[in-house]
Design a protein around this ligand. Structure first.
Ligand code: ADP
Length: 723
């Protein structure tokens, strides 16, 4: 096989054993002496035309394909793109291997017939050499030159078997009348080609290569190869780079910000504290429901602190190798100490910080436990004058090991709750900034905050984004108020299912069901104020819904819970009043009611017979065992059932009395599909109670009042409800 590197680096050609010349680069320049020059006269039959008939600079013909129409070789090759280098490198590598395996440059392959007619019959052959029992090398006589063949050129041909070759050679020489003492000498050799040998080892080499690559890269991707797997994967941030979040981007959460700010101060000005004999706390756990801004707050700390900030996720300590977790913890702390003062932030610390000694037999836990132990040891190990502060975030502070929480480790516990209405308005203001809208953002933020009780910061961010997406879908130039309302509805109830067509009977059932909820809520004193009722199918299961505006309320009285249960049962009761049979549509309502009933009996101690006991088990310690006896279990079941049946009976009485109202609401619903509070007021008159909706209080009050601390807002339910 032939391959030549001509005067410019880009000119490569490879010739296979059959003489086929392949162009490696699309264009090539081919000016040097070509192998065809060695071809003897009269060999055109299988080598193409003799060179004598063509100038050397002409386009070379592939040796066994005289008619190939290759591009003009004199053209300059086009500029190579940079990523061609890799291809080129690979090709050159392959070429060298190929060359090593292939016969030498001047070797020409023949067939037996060509050998016979072109060489043997003309008496040009001096001797033959059988190589590896499958190939015959032909040595020409010295005087072959005079006949137009260079003796430097070696020819070879392949044979099926040595016996068949010997037979054919014998016959040929017999036919030529060569006496037996002058017959061609045939030698037999075995040659070991380096290339062939390398090829045999190729799979092994490949495997070794892959293993080497893996050790270089390291399964944990930590760099430093397989031996670097124990290195911590914490990312380091400086306030100058990457972190653009500042405390001003974290709306609300003022108490949490204050606490964190204190840590930042410890690190910036430790002398103020140390002067008075105080030791600097070692760590703080940020806990709270998902999406309340724990990570955001930690990032903002990085942005504000002005000290290096190492961020790592708890799960990054866990790897399939034993001992990696503790080793990464050690490494993290070692790096942090070198760069002190600094902050380490461990997100989702529950991945390693779960209470030890649970389910240890399941395997895999030991690794987690030793990682946690190492963390405890490290936190104990560094002195507070080393100025390394560890912050950790978790949604599940209840499952954390008590040893983590003791003073001296995570001294402070900062809990971040879902924002209240003022907090929500602040968060919405932050996320409204990038949104293009002409609506008065101040008023909008208040309104959206009032409509989104219980939403977390992440939900609110989602709503602002969703509104922009909805506006973009309708090709609007800017986001309108309605888009925000649609976004809330979408987040609460799911996407409108226009494709879901209900049969008229189903639609009627849904309308009476929702009207039942709405009317029950209308006449129950402690039920939340209604916002809208809809019979447009949404999400995966909801065929209709009634949306209420609950208050930001942290305590509920028994009366309130009862009214809520009755309102939730309203749909089912209405179905019973208006139709002979009941449907499966109330499943979700019944689940909610059951939950409220059981919670009253088992968690809130609100049942007289069961007494003031609470069996709630948030950390899931009693997974397989009930913390009460069979007898108490039966009592709980009976009491919960009684609660629900009583609520049902109460709702039935109420709705039977208000049957006419349900009829009116349902008919209007069937006509308009969506009813607002105003529609309800027009139909049924105002609610027979003094109503203080969040909406009225927060949105309709003068905008000049500061809502950071709405003075009377949290105490606003003077309708007899317990705060
Ligand atoms: P987690 O508490 O689960 O760590 P994140 O901090 O990741 O929650 O918050 C998710 C997103 O929610 C943030 O990227 C941000 O857009 C939004 N967010 C949450 N809380 C706030 C807040 N107080 N101010 C502004 N945005 C917030």
């Amino acid at each position: 096989m032939l391959s030549r590197l001509s005067s410019t680096a880009s000119r490569y050609t490879v010739r296979s054993t059959t003489g086929l010349r392949r162009t490696l680069l699309q264009k090539r320049l081919y000016t040097e002496k070509k192998p065809e020059e060695n071809v003897p006269k009269g060999f055109e039959g299988f080598f193409g035309k003799s060179n004598k008939q063509k100038p050397a600079t002409e386009k070379p013909k592939p040796t066994n394909n005289a008619n190939s129409n290759k591009p003009n070789d004199q053209q300059k090759p086009p500029e190579m793109p940079n990523n061609m280098n890799l291809i080129l490198g690979t090709t050159v590598g392959t070429y060298f291997l190929y060359k090593a395996v292939a016969p030498s440059d001047n070797a020409r392959e023949l067939t037996w017939q060509s050998f016979r007619t072109q060489l043997l019959d003309k008496g040009l052959v001096e001797r033959l050499e059988v190589l590896n029992r499958n190939r015959v090398r032909v040595h020409l006589r010295n005087d072959a030159n005079s006949l137009g063949v260079s003796p430097a050129t070696s020819f070879y041909f392949s044979i099926g078997s040595v016996e068949a070759f010997e037979r054919s050679l014998d016959e040929a020489q017999k036919e030529l009348g060569i006496p037996s003492n002058e017959r061609l000498p045939v030698a037999y050799h075995d040659e070991i080609s380096i290339g062939q040998t390398v090829l045999h080892f190729a799979p092994t080499l490949l495997i070794i290569g892959v293993i080497y690559y893996m050790t270089k890269k390291g399964p944990g991707g930590a760099g430093g190869g397989i031996f670097g797997v124990g290195k911590s994967k914490a990312k380091m941030f400086n306030q100058e780079n990457q972190v653009s979040v500042k405390f001003k981007d974290v709306a609300g959460a003022d108490e949490a910000k204050l606490e964190i700010m204190e840590f930042v101060n410890f690190l910036k000005n430790p002398q103020i504290y140390e002067k008075l004999g105080a030791t600097i706390p070692k760590g703080a756990i940020l806990s709270g429901p998902p999406g309340t801004g724990k990570t955001l707050l930690a990032k903002a700390t990085a942005g504000e602190a002005g000290v290096p900030f190492y961020s790592v996720s708890g799960s990054e300590f866990v790897e399939m190798f034993v001992g990696v977790g503790p080793s990464r913890v050690r490494d993290l702390f070692a790096t942090a100490k070198k760069n002190s003062p600094c902050i380490i932030f461990v997100d989702e610390i529950d991945a390693i910080g779960k209470a030890r000694g649970k389910g240890g037999q399941m395997g895999g836990n030991d690794e987690r436990e030793s990682t946690l132990n190492q963390l405890l040891v490290e936190m104990d190990g560094f002195d507070s004058n080393q100025h390394v502060v560890v912050l950790a975030g978790t949604n599940r502070p209840d499952v954390l090991d008590p040893a983590l929480m003791r003073p001296g480790r995570f001294d402070r516990h900062i809990s971040i709750d879902r924002p209240d209405i003022g907090g929500r308005a602040d968060i919405i203001r932050v996320h409204l900034k990038p949104i293009k809208t002409k609506v008065d953002t101040e008023q909008l933020a208040r309104k959206l905050a009032a409509l989104t009780p219980g939403f977390s910061g992440a939900d609110l961010h989602n709503i602002c984004n969703e509104a922009a997406l909805i506006a973009a879908r309708h090709l609007k130039e800017e986001v309108e108020e309605k888009d925000f309302e649609d976004a809330i509805e979408r987040v609460i109830a799911g996407l409108e299912k226009k494709s879901r067509v209900l049969s008229p009977e189903e639609k009627k059932t849904v309308a009476y069901h929702e009207a039942g909820h709405a009317v029950a809520g209308w006449y129950l004193e402690h039920a939340d104020p209604l916002l809208k009722v809809s019979v447009i199918p949404r999400g995966s299961a909801a065929l209709g819904y009634a949306q209420y505006l609950p208050k930001d309320q942290y305590l509920y009285s028994k009366k309130q819970l009862l009214d809520r249960m009755c309102m939730t049962l309203g749909g089912r009761v209405s179905e019973q009043i208006f139709f002979d049979s009941i449907t499966t549509g109330a499943q979700d309502d019944l689940q909610k009611v059951t939950k409220i009933a059981y919670a009253q009996v088992t968690t809130y101690g609100m049942n007289d017979k069961v007494g003031p006991l609470s069996f709630s088990d948030p950390s899931g310690e009693q997974q397989f065992q009930k913390p009460f006896s069979e007898q108490t279990g039966t009592l709980i079941d009976n009491e919960a059932r009684t609660l629900i049946t009583d609520a049902y009976a109460r709702t039935l009485t109420l709705l039977t009395e208000k049957k006419g109202d349900i009829e009116k609401v349902a008919q209007l619903l069937l006509e308009k599909e969506v009813l607002t509070r105003e529609d309800m007021e027009n139909l049924l008159g105002r609610r027979p109670f003094v109503e203080h909706t969040v909406y009225d209080e927060y949105v309709r009050r003068p905008a000049t009042q500061s809502e950071e601390a709405p003075p009377d807002f949290p105490k606003a339910n003077d309708d007899g409800t317990v705060q």
